[in-house]
Design a protein around this ligand. Sequence first.
Ligand code: NAD
Length: 290
Amino acid sequence: MKIGFIGLGNMGAPMAANLAKAGHTVTGFDVAGTTAEGVTNAASAAEAASAQDIVITMLPNGAILRTVAAEVIPAMRAGATLIDCSTVDVESARAVASDAEAAGLLSVDAPVSGGIGGASAGTLTFMAGGSDAGFAAARPLFDIMGQKAVHCGDAGAGQAAKICNNMILGATMIATCEAFALADKLGLDRQKMFDVVSTSSGYSWTMNAYCPAPGVGPASPADNGYVPGFAAELMLKDLGLSQQAAEAVDADTPMGARAFELYRQFVEDEDGKGMDFSAMLPRFSKRGRG
Ligand code: NAD
């Protein structure tokens, strides 16, 4: 297939390289001039998108996605498929999908989980929103770039699934970290805390698979000085998107709101920027109730 790939950043570059490695002809574009292995660079987003079967975008946010889509959609040939893999607000995903459909294109919002490691290894999970025909067109590429793709529903459903998942993840990481900090102050050994909670009703992915306490549980960013992994500022972005969505549909999300505020404080006012999102544990350890 002929594929245009716009946004060759930390995630986009390895994803595009995997498509090229699988034998597809990939033309890329990034404003920063970055490139990817096996990918031919174009001079503009429109050039990268014209005459392609599929165009994939992997961009920082919804505003940039809208700008790029406005340039790319008119350049694409009728019947082609636009796949956005960025994490963006549900409204932007739906607006781009509606513009793409009006131009005779198929479109899919397909944010990912799995991070930079998953992008390089081709083991991402895709959460997709769009028509059956759009999902069917995108599926072979999801199979190359990832190990699982779930068709969640109509346009925007992929983004909805992503932000709901990450709202649970953010709140759960905070709960796990504050519980460790409390256990410390109660004189409970961290390994014992792990042994009990990981096999009791407090277990979670954050405790069992990504334990925020160094030297406890499977290897995680905590064992590497809290180098990300999944950076606190990316968690903040996703929690912001879930709050934006909750406001738009009048959903009561007090835990999500509190998690957003704590990560905002951690990233903007404390030393959380550039740290893994599990570095909430040393943050809580340093603090008292005041
Ligand atoms: P990144 O900042 O490394 O990459 C984004 C790229 O888009 C950059 O190279 C930038 O130059 C390019 N870009 C910006 N404006 C552009 C434009 N107008 N035209 C062309 N290119 C443009 O970010 P990333 O880590 O690759 O993340 C991309 C998306 O994936 C984000 O939405 C992020 O939330 C999401 N995501 C990231 C991770 C992760 O672990 N990094 C995990 C899951 C999802």
